[in-house]
Design a protein around this ligand. Structure first.
Ligand SMILES: [Zn+2]
Ligand SMILES: [Zn+2]
Length: 91
């Protein structure tokens, strides 16, 4: 029998301390006890989608990727706003 292993830091982990990432399905360390020393290789975030019961779990690489996507989307939005506000510009 193989021990469960964190897909991020590749250390062995007890199954109750592992969560599966919603994005890449990698099991990763998520310490459910914020008052106890533990490893976190990802995070729980409030979901936009109410059907996922309000909480989604993402590993650290996916959180970075999601943040990059949000930043890119916001940057694109800012550029679009700048175009739309240009005087004389018509769709
Ligand atoms: Zn880990
Ligand atoms: Zn992930």
């Amino acid at each position: 029998m193989t021990e469960p292993r964190c897909g991020i830091c590749e250390l062995l982990a007890s199954a109750r301390l592992l969560q599966e990432c919603f994005r890449c399905n990698t099991p990763f360390h998520l310490n459910p006890y914020s008052n106890v020393e533990g490893i976190d290789c990802g995070d729980a975030v409030l979901a936009n989608d109410p059907e996922s019961f309000g909480i989604e779990y993402y590993c650290n690489p996916c959180i970075d990727a999601i943040n990059d996507e949000i930043a890119a989307a916001q940057a694109a939005r800012v550029r679009l706003d700048a175009v739309e506000r240009r005087p004389g510009w018509r769709a």
